[in-house]
Design a protein around this ligand. Structure first.
Ligand code: NAD
Length: 353
Protein backbone atom coordinates (compact mmCIF):
# COMPACT_ATOMS: atom_id res chain seq x y z
CA UNK A 1 0.00 0.00 0.00
CA UNK A 2 1.08 3.57 -0.54
CA UNK A 3 1.01 6.10 2.29
CA UNK A 4 1.29 9.87 2.47
CA UNK A 5 5.01 10.70 2.80
CA UNK A 6 4.54 13.67 5.14
CA UNK A 7 2.29 11.76 7.51
CA UNK A 8 4.70 8.83 7.70
CA UNK A 9 7.55 11.28 8.30
CA UNK A 10 5.70 13.14 11.06
CA UNK A 11 4.69 9.90 12.77
CA UNK A 12 8.25 8.52 12.73
CA UNK A 13 9.63 11.80 14.13
CA UNK A 14 7.10 11.67 16.97
CA UNK A 15 8.08 8.09 17.77
CA UNK A 16 11.80 8.89 17.81
CA UNK A 17 11.27 11.98 20.00
CA UNK A 18 9.12 9.94 22.38
CA UNK A 19 11.94 7.37 22.53
CA UNK A 20 14.41 10.09 23.52
CA UNK A 21 15.86 11.77 20.40
CA UNK A 22 15.93 15.53 19.99
CA UNK A 23 13.61 16.94 17.32
CA UNK A 24 16.60 17.85 15.14
CA UNK A 25 18.13 14.36 15.41
CA UNK A 26 14.79 12.70 14.73
CA UNK A 27 14.09 14.89 11.66
CA UNK A 28 17.36 14.05 9.91
CA UNK A 29 17.24 10.40 10.92
CA UNK A 30 13.67 9.99 9.63
CA UNK A 31 14.66 11.67 6.35
CA UNK A 32 17.20 8.87 5.92
CA UNK A 33 14.52 6.19 6.48
CA UNK A 34 12.10 7.83 4.05
CA UNK A 35 14.92 8.25 1.51
CA UNK A 36 15.53 4.49 1.64
CA UNK A 37 11.83 3.56 1.39
CA UNK A 38 11.23 5.95 -1.50
CA UNK A 39 14.18 4.45 -3.38
CA UNK A 40 12.89 0.90 -2.90
CA UNK A 41 15.41 -0.01 -0.19
CA UNK A 42 12.75 -1.13 2.27
CA UNK A 43 15.33 -3.04 4.30
CA UNK A 44 16.76 0.31 5.50
CA UNK A 45 13.59 2.36 5.69
CA UNK A 46 10.76 2.61 8.18
CA UNK A 47 10.98 -1.16 8.73
CA UNK A 48 13.81 -0.19 11.10
CA UNK A 49 11.91 2.46 13.07
CA UNK A 50 11.15 0.01 15.86
CA UNK A 51 14.72 -1.20 16.44
CA UNK A 52 16.21 2.30 16.17
CA UNK A 53 13.65 3.63 18.68
CA UNK A 54 14.52 0.75 21.04
CA UNK A 55 18.22 1.54 20.72
CA UNK A 56 17.59 5.23 21.51
CA UNK A 57 15.30 4.40 24.45
CA UNK A 58 17.82 1.95 25.93
CA UNK A 59 20.71 4.41 25.57
CA UNK A 60 22.68 2.16 23.18
CA UNK A 61 22.33 5.15 20.84
CA UNK A 62 23.01 8.46 22.58
CA UNK A 63 20.63 11.38 22.16
CA UNK A 64 21.14 15.15 22.26
CA UNK A 65 24.79 14.78 21.21
CA UNK A 66 26.88 16.68 18.68
CA UNK A 67 29.77 14.89 16.95
CA UNK A 68 33.16 16.44 17.52
CA UNK A 69 36.26 16.87 15.37
CA UNK A 70 38.94 15.34 17.57
CA UNK A 71 41.90 15.70 15.21
CA UNK A 72 42.10 18.34 12.51
CA UNK A 73 44.72 18.38 9.75
CA UNK A 74 42.68 20.42 7.29
CA UNK A 75 42.00 17.89 4.54
CA UNK A 76 42.24 14.94 6.95
CA UNK A 77 39.94 14.92 9.95
CA UNK A 78 39.04 12.48 12.69
CA UNK A 79 35.57 12.69 14.15
CA UNK A 80 34.07 11.28 17.33
CA UNK A 81 30.42 10.43 16.65
CA UNK A 82 29.73 9.95 20.38
CA UNK A 83 27.45 7.03 19.49
CA UNK A 84 24.64 9.33 18.40
CA UNK A 85 22.20 8.39 15.63
CA UNK A 86 24.30 7.31 12.65
CA UNK A 87 22.41 9.53 10.19
CA UNK A 88 23.31 12.64 12.20
CA UNK A 89 26.96 11.65 12.66
CA UNK A 90 27.47 10.72 9.00
CA UNK A 91 25.79 13.90 7.76
CA UNK A 92 27.94 15.97 10.15
CA UNK A 93 31.08 14.29 8.76
CA UNK A 94 30.03 14.70 5.12
CA UNK A 95 29.20 18.37 5.71
CA UNK A 96 32.67 18.95 7.20
CA UNK A 97 34.27 17.12 4.24
CA UNK A 98 32.32 19.21 1.71
CA UNK A 99 33.34 22.41 3.45
CA UNK A 100 37.03 21.34 3.46
CA UNK A 101 36.91 20.00 -0.13
CA UNK A 102 35.71 23.44 -1.26
CA UNK A 103 38.90 24.85 0.31
CA UNK A 104 41.49 22.17 -0.39
CA UNK A 105 40.00 20.21 -3.32
CA UNK A 106 39.55 17.08 -1.24
CA UNK A 107 38.97 15.94 2.31
CA UNK A 108 38.90 12.60 4.11
CA UNK A 109 37.21 11.92 7.42
CA UNK A 110 37.59 8.91 9.68
CA UNK A 111 34.74 8.57 12.16
CA UNK A 112 34.77 6.51 15.37
CA UNK A 113 31.98 5.94 17.89
CA UNK A 114 29.55 5.75 15.01
CA UNK A 115 26.31 3.76 14.95
CA UNK A 116 24.40 2.18 12.07
CA UNK A 117 23.67 4.90 9.48
CA UNK A 118 21.18 3.10 7.21
CA UNK A 119 21.40 3.51 3.45
CA UNK A 120 24.84 4.85 2.53
CA UNK A 121 23.53 6.68 -0.54
CA UNK A 122 21.70 9.12 1.75
CA UNK A 123 25.06 10.83 2.31
CA UNK A 124 26.74 10.47 -1.08
CA UNK A 125 23.70 11.58 -3.07
CA UNK A 126 23.47 14.63 -0.80
CA UNK A 127 27.13 15.45 -1.51
CA UNK A 128 26.54 15.02 -5.26
CA UNK A 129 23.65 17.49 -5.01
CA UNK A 130 26.23 19.88 -3.55
CA UNK A 131 28.36 19.29 -6.67
CA UNK A 132 30.86 16.96 -4.97
CA UNK A 133 32.17 13.49 -5.74
CA UNK A 134 31.80 11.46 -2.56
CA UNK A 135 32.52 7.99 -1.26
CA UNK A 136 31.48 6.60 2.12
CA UNK A 137 32.03 3.23 3.74
CA UNK A 138 31.13 1.87 7.15
CA UNK A 139 32.05 -1.31 8.97
CA UNK A 140 29.38 -3.35 10.74
CA UNK A 141 28.94 -6.29 13.10
CA UNK A 142 30.37 -9.58 11.82
CA UNK A 143 27.73 -11.45 9.84
CA UNK A 144 29.57 -12.37 6.63
CA UNK A 145 31.97 -15.29 6.20
CA UNK A 146 35.33 -14.48 4.61
CA UNK A 147 36.15 -16.52 1.50
CA UNK A 148 37.24 -19.96 2.71
CA UNK A 149 36.05 -19.29 6.27
CA UNK A 150 33.27 -20.97 8.24
CA UNK A 151 32.60 -18.25 10.83
CA UNK A 152 31.27 -14.68 10.25
CA UNK A 153 34.23 -12.29 10.53
CA UNK A 154 33.21 -9.23 8.50
CA UNK A 155 30.19 -6.98 8.25
CA UNK A 156 27.84 -6.41 5.35
CA UNK A 157 29.78 -3.12 5.43
CA UNK A 158 28.22 -0.76 2.87
CA UNK A 159 30.00 1.19 0.15
CA UNK A 160 28.45 4.13 -1.65
CA UNK A 161 29.93 6.54 -4.16
CA UNK A 162 28.25 9.35 -6.07
CA UNK A 163 29.33 11.52 -8.99
CA UNK A 164 27.25 14.54 -9.99
CA UNK A 165 25.92 14.89 -13.53
CA UNK A 166 23.88 17.61 -15.22
CA UNK A 167 21.50 16.09 -17.78
CA UNK A 168 21.52 12.69 -16.10
CA UNK A 169 20.73 11.64 -12.56
CA UNK A 170 23.97 11.47 -10.57
CA UNK A 171 25.85 8.18 -10.65
CA UNK A 172 25.03 6.63 -7.26
CA UNK A 173 26.56 3.30 -6.36
CA UNK A 174 25.12 2.03 -3.08
CA UNK A 175 25.78 -1.52 -2.00
CA UNK A 176 26.40 -3.95 0.80
CA UNK A 177 29.63 -5.90 0.47
CA UNK A 178 27.58 -9.05 1.07
CA UNK A 179 25.56 -10.43 -1.89
CA UNK A 180 22.73 -8.21 -0.62
CA UNK A 181 22.16 -6.25 2.57
CA UNK A 182 21.39 -8.47 5.59
CA UNK A 183 18.41 -6.17 6.20
CA UNK A 184 16.80 -7.76 3.12
CA UNK A 185 16.94 -11.12 4.90
CA UNK A 186 15.46 -9.55 8.06
CA UNK A 187 12.67 -7.96 5.99
CA UNK A 188 11.95 -11.25 4.19
CA UNK A 189 11.68 -12.96 7.59
CA UNK A 190 9.31 -10.22 8.80
CA UNK A 191 7.17 -10.61 5.67
CA UNK A 192 7.30 -14.43 5.67
CA UNK A 193 9.11 -14.71 2.31
CA UNK A 194 11.86 -17.10 1.19
CA UNK A 195 15.06 -15.68 -0.36
CA UNK A 196 17.42 -16.70 -3.19
CA UNK A 197 19.73 -19.53 -2.12
CA UNK A 198 22.94 -17.67 -3.00
CA UNK A 199 22.55 -14.91 -0.36
CA UNK A 200 23.77 -16.87 2.63
CA UNK A 201 24.43 -20.13 4.42
CA UNK A 202 23.02 -21.92 7.47
CA UNK A 203 25.09 -22.76 10.54
CA UNK A 204 26.64 -25.76 8.76
CA UNK A 205 27.75 -23.54 5.86
CA UNK A 206 25.10 -24.92 3.49
CA UNK A 207 23.30 -22.42 1.14
CA UNK A 208 19.71 -21.79 2.26
CA UNK A 209 16.62 -19.87 1.11
CA UNK A 210 15.20 -19.74 4.65
CA UNK A 211 15.90 -16.29 6.22
CA UNK A 212 15.62 -17.85 9.70
CA UNK A 213 18.53 -20.21 9.01
CA UNK A 214 20.80 -17.30 8.06
CA UNK A 215 19.75 -15.07 10.95
CA UNK A 216 19.96 -17.78 13.61
CA UNK A 217 23.52 -19.02 13.52
CA UNK A 218 24.10 -18.82 9.76
CA UNK A 219 25.91 -16.12 7.77
CA UNK A 220 25.76 -13.92 4.68
CA UNK A 221 28.14 -14.48 1.76
CA UNK A 222 30.41 -11.73 0.38
CA UNK A 223 29.40 -10.34 -3.04
CA UNK A 224 31.57 -11.43 -5.97
CA UNK A 225 33.41 -14.12 -4.02
CA UNK A 226 36.92 -13.27 -2.85
CA UNK A 227 36.72 -9.73 -4.35
CA UNK A 228 33.79 -8.80 -2.10
CA UNK A 229 35.62 -10.30 0.85
CA UNK A 230 38.72 -8.23 -0.01
CA UNK A 231 36.72 -4.98 -0.24
CA UNK A 232 34.90 -5.69 3.00
CA UNK A 233 38.25 -6.29 4.74
CA UNK A 234 39.59 -3.00 3.32
CA UNK A 235 36.57 -1.22 4.83
CA UNK A 236 37.26 -2.79 8.24
CA UNK A 237 40.90 -1.68 8.01
CA UNK A 238 39.97 1.91 7.16
CA UNK A 239 37.20 2.20 9.74
CA UNK A 240 38.84 0.34 12.59
CA UNK A 241 42.64 0.24 12.20
CA UNK A 242 42.80 3.81 10.86
CA UNK A 243 39.63 5.33 12.30
CA UNK A 244 39.90 3.92 15.81
CA UNK A 245 36.44 2.31 15.88
CA UNK A 246 35.74 -1.29 16.89
CA UNK A 247 36.42 -3.84 14.18
CA UNK A 248 33.57 -6.00 12.84
CA UNK A 249 34.35 -8.85 15.29
CA UNK A 250 34.19 -6.49 18.30
CA UNK A 251 31.03 -4.65 17.23
CA UNK A 252 27.95 -5.35 19.39
CA UNK A 253 24.92 -6.50 17.43
CA UNK A 254 22.62 -3.79 16.10
CA UNK A 255 19.66 -6.16 16.45
CA UNK A 256 20.18 -7.92 19.76
CA UNK A 257 22.52 -5.87 21.93
CA UNK A 258 20.49 -2.97 23.27
CA UNK A 259 22.93 -2.21 26.05
CA UNK A 260 26.30 -1.42 24.50
CA UNK A 261 27.00 1.33 21.94
CA UNK A 262 28.21 -0.05 18.62
CA UNK A 263 31.29 2.14 18.15
CA UNK A 264 31.50 1.36 14.45
CA UNK A 265 33.50 3.51 12.05
CA UNK A 266 32.91 5.33 8.77
CA UNK A 267 35.49 6.47 6.25
CA UNK A 268 34.52 9.26 3.90
CA UNK A 269 36.25 11.10 1.09
CA UNK A 270 34.94 14.07 -0.82
CA UNK A 271 36.42 15.68 -3.96
CA UNK A 272 35.46 19.07 -5.36
CA UNK A 273 35.57 18.54 -9.16
CA UNK A 274 36.01 22.29 -9.73
CA UNK A 275 39.48 22.03 -8.19
CA UNK A 276 40.48 19.51 -10.86
CA UNK A 277 38.72 20.87 -13.94
CA UNK A 278 36.31 23.65 -14.86
CA UNK A 279 32.89 22.54 -13.54
CA UNK A 280 30.91 22.87 -16.80
CA UNK A 281 33.50 20.83 -18.65
CA UNK A 282 33.50 18.15 -15.96
CA UNK A 283 29.70 17.82 -15.96
CA UNK A 284 29.67 17.72 -19.77
CA UNK A 285 32.21 14.91 -19.69
CA UNK A 286 30.22 12.96 -17.06
CA UNK A 287 27.03 13.35 -19.12
CA UNK A 288 28.92 12.29 -22.26
CA UNK A 289 30.13 9.08 -20.62
CA UNK A 290 26.68 8.31 -19.21
CA UNK A 291 25.18 8.98 -22.70
CA UNK A 292 27.54 6.37 -24.10
CA UNK A 293 26.42 3.82 -21.52
CA UNK A 294 22.74 4.62 -22.13
CA UNK A 295 23.41 4.19 -25.87
CA UNK A 296 24.73 0.65 -25.41
CA UNK A 297 22.60 -1.84 -27.38
CA UNK A 298 20.57 -3.91 -24.90
CA UNK A 299 21.33 -7.58 -24.38
CA UNK A 300 18.65 -10.08 -25.43
CA UNK A 301 15.77 -9.84 -22.93
CA UNK A 302 17.00 -6.54 -21.45
CA UNK A 303 15.34 -3.18 -22.12
CA UNK A 304 18.24 -0.80 -21.65
CA UNK A 305 21.42 -0.19 -19.72
CA UNK A 306 20.78 1.61 -16.45
CA UNK A 307 23.20 3.89 -14.63
CA UNK A 308 23.80 2.97 -10.96
CA UNK A 309 21.23 4.93 -8.95
CA UNK A 310 18.94 5.50 -11.94
CA UNK A 311 16.40 2.83 -10.98
CA UNK A 312 16.28 4.16 -7.41
CA UNK A 313 15.92 7.78 -8.59
CA UNK A 314 12.92 6.78 -10.74
CA UNK A 315 11.28 5.05 -7.77
CA UNK A 316 11.97 8.09 -5.61
CA UNK A 317 10.22 10.42 -8.07
CA UNK A 318 7.20 8.11 -8.26
CA UNK A 319 7.10 7.72 -4.47
CA UNK A 320 7.15 11.47 -3.91
CA UNK A 321 4.24 11.85 -6.33
CA UNK A 322 2.16 8.84 -5.37
CA UNK A 323 3.04 8.08 -1.76
CA UNK A 324 5.49 5.83 -0.01
CA UNK A 325 5.04 2.10 -0.54
CA UNK A 326 4.99 0.08 2.70
CA UNK A 327 3.98 -3.52 3.31
CA UNK A 328 1.30 -4.37 5.89
CA UNK A 329 3.96 -6.07 8.05
CA UNK A 330 6.08 -2.91 8.14
CA UNK A 331 3.10 -0.67 8.96
CA UNK A 332 2.03 -3.03 11.75
CA UNK A 333 5.58 -2.94 13.12
CA UNK A 334 5.65 0.88 13.02
CA UNK A 335 2.32 1.15 14.80
CA UNK A 336 3.53 -1.24 17.49
CA UNK A 337 6.71 0.83 17.88
CA UNK A 338 4.67 4.00 18.41
CA UNK A 339 2.39 2.28 20.91
CA UNK A 340 5.43 1.47 23.07
CA UNK A 341 6.03 5.18 23.58
CA UNK A 342 2.37 6.33 23.62
CA UNK A 343 2.32 7.67 20.04
CA UNK A 344 -0.76 6.85 17.99
CA UNK A 345 -0.59 6.42 14.23
CA UNK A 346 -2.45 8.54 11.72
CA UNK A 347 -1.07 7.03 8.53
CA UNK A 348 -3.41 7.96 5.77
CA UNK A 349 -3.42 5.21 3.20
CA UNK A 350 -3.38 6.28 -0.43
CA UNK A 351 -4.29 2.85 -1.79
CA UNK A 352 -2.39 0.40 -4.01
CA UNK A 353 -1.39 1.43 -7.51
N1 NAD B 1 24.53 0.69 7.20
C1 NAD B 1 24.88 -0.56 7.00
O1 NAD B 1 25.51 -1.17 7.86
C2 NAD B 1 24.53 -1.24 5.72
C3 NAD B 1 25.06 -2.51 5.46
C4 NAD B 1 24.77 -3.09 4.25
C5 NAD B 1 23.96 -2.46 3.32
N2 NAD B 1 23.44 -1.24 3.61
C6 NAD B 1 22.55 -0.57 2.66
O2 NAD B 1 21.66 -1.53 2.11
C7 NAD B 1 21.18 -1.06 0.88
C8 NAD B 1 21.03 -2.19 -0.09
O3 NAD B 1 22.29 -2.75 -0.48
P1 NAD B 1 22.35 -3.92 -1.58
O4 NAD B 1 23.74 -4.34 -1.79
O5 NAD B 1 21.36 -4.96 -1.19
O6 NAD B 1 21.85 -3.09 -2.87
P2 NAD B 1 21.36 -3.57 -4.30
O7 NAD B 1 21.87 -4.94 -4.56
O8 NAD B 1 19.89 -3.36 -4.37
O9 NAD B 1 22.02 -2.49 -5.28
C9 NAD B 1 23.38 -2.25 -5.36
C10 NAD B 1 23.71 -1.20 -6.42
O10 NAD B 1 23.52 -1.75 -7.71
C11 NAD B 1 22.87 -0.80 -8.54
N3 NAD B 1 22.07 -1.52 -9.52
C12 NAD B 1 21.16 -2.50 -9.27
N4 NAD B 1 20.62 -2.92 -10.44
C13 NAD B 1 21.21 -2.21 -11.43
C14 NAD B 1 21.12 -2.20 -12.85
N5 NAD B 1 20.29 -3.01 -13.50
N6 NAD B 1 21.88 -1.34 -13.53
C15 NAD B 1 22.73 -0.50 -12.89
N7 NAD B 1 22.88 -0.47 -11.56
C16 NAD B 1 22.13 -1.31 -10.84
C17 NAD B 1 22.04 0.04 -7.65
O11 NAD B 1 21.81 1.33 -8.24
C18 NAD B 1 22.92 0.11 -6.39
O12 NAD B 1 23.82 1.18 -6.56
C19 NAD B 1 22.12 0.07 0.47
O13 NAD B 1 21.42 1.28 0.64
C20 NAD B 1 23.26 -0.01 1.46
O14 NAD B 1 23.85 1.24 1.77
C21 NAD B 1 23.72 -0.62 4.78
Amino acid sequence: MRYDVDLVKRYCVQVMCAAGSSEEEAELFVQSLIFADLRGIGSHGTSRLSIYAKRVASGAVSSHVTPEICQDRGAAISIDGKNGLGACTARFAVDRCIERARRFGCCCAAVKNGTHFGSAAFYTRYAAEEGMICCIVSNAEASVVPTGGAVPMLGTSPLSAAVPARRHEPYVLDMATSVVARGKVVLAQKEGRSIPADWGVDKRGVPTSDPEEILCGGAMLPFGGAKGYAISLLIDLLCSALGGAYNCRETPSFWTDLERPQNIGYFIWVLDPSKFMETDRFLERVDGILDELKGCPPAPGAREVMIPGEIEAGRERRGLEMGIELSDAVVADMIEAGARYGVTADLQERGTL
